[in-house]
Design a protein around this ligand. Structure first.
Ligand code: PGA
Length: 253
């Protein structure tokens, strides 16, 4: 089965509304002719609505960076899946390593978030990845496997078919260090094998993105790997030209 590439931009805590709308206008212009991949951008909450308005009629999916897995109520500072969907999101990041490291998200909370995203009709982009210490201790496969299993536990095949996974080694995020294409492929292949235990068609159809210091000059080699179906881009997604260059680098497979 051939999988369509997906290039996703995680803007993190960057961009005022003015900056976000300017970036969106530039993205619309540069991404319009690029038709061989799908696109997603995840602005901060405050910019979601104005960006959604400016993306109307485009082929770029809007995503939240996080959601809280409760319906509503006394959860100061939190936003739920329905709220994201209402402002035009079609997807949401789940379990990004910055959420796990800085905001105390756990294996359990990523499972609750993934389910809440599906319940709200959003595509969860499940982020997994090992720290440098874990890689040095040769625990990469164990850690990543555990993160994947914990998040998808109890999710049935038809729902599982809607998710996207992003492998983002923590040591490569925002550091300029990037996994070699071989290192990344090894983990992507292992993730796909794990999914295969839930169904071969499911595994073949699942998009697994690489994230961690993806730039225009390293994107082609990474995304050329058999099990790398696109990129989750942080820093380089804040410039429309470098985001578009990464997308152009997605090879036909
Ligand atoms: P980076 O971030 O591209 O700046 O390393 C990737 C991510 O955290 O999604």
């Amino acid at each position: 089965m051939s999988r369509r590439g997906l290039i996703a931009g995680n803007w993190k805590m960057n961009c005022t509304v003015a900056e976000a709308t300017a970036l969106t206008a530039e993205l619309r212009r540069l991404l319009a002719p690029i038709r061989h991949v799908d696109f997603m951008v995840a602005p901060p909450y405050t910019a979601l609505w104005p960006v959604a308005q400016r993306l109307e009629g485009s082929h770029v999916i809007l995503a939240g960076q996080e959601l809280y897995p409760e319906a509503q109520g006394a959860f100061t500072g939190a936003v739920n899946g329905d709220m994201l969907a209402e402002v035009g999101c079609g997807a949401v990041l789940v379990g990004h390593s910055e959420r796990r490291q800085l905001f105390g998200e756990t294996l359990d909370s990523s499972r609750l978030r993934l389910r809440a995203a599906l319940a709200a009709g959003l595509t969860p982009v499940l982020c997994v990845g090992e720290t440098l210490d874990e890689r040095r201790a040769q625990r990469t496969m164990e850690v990543v496997g555990q993160q994947v299993e914990a998040a998808i536990d109890g999710v049935d095949g038809s729902e599982l078919a809607k998710i996207v996974i992003a492998y983002e080694p923590v040591w490569a995020i925002g550091t300029g260090e990037v996994a070699t294409p071989g290192q990344a492929q090894e983990v992507h292949g292992a993730i796909r094998e794990r999914i295969r235990s839930r169904g071969s068609e499911l595994a073949e159809g699942m998009r697994i993105l690489y994230g961690g210091s993806v730039k225009p000059d390293n994107a082609a080699a990474l995304m050329g790997q058999a099990d790398i179906d696109g990129a989750l881009v942080g820093g380089a997604s804040l410039k429309a030209e470098s985001f578009a260059a990464i997308a152009r680098a997605y090879p036909s497979k």
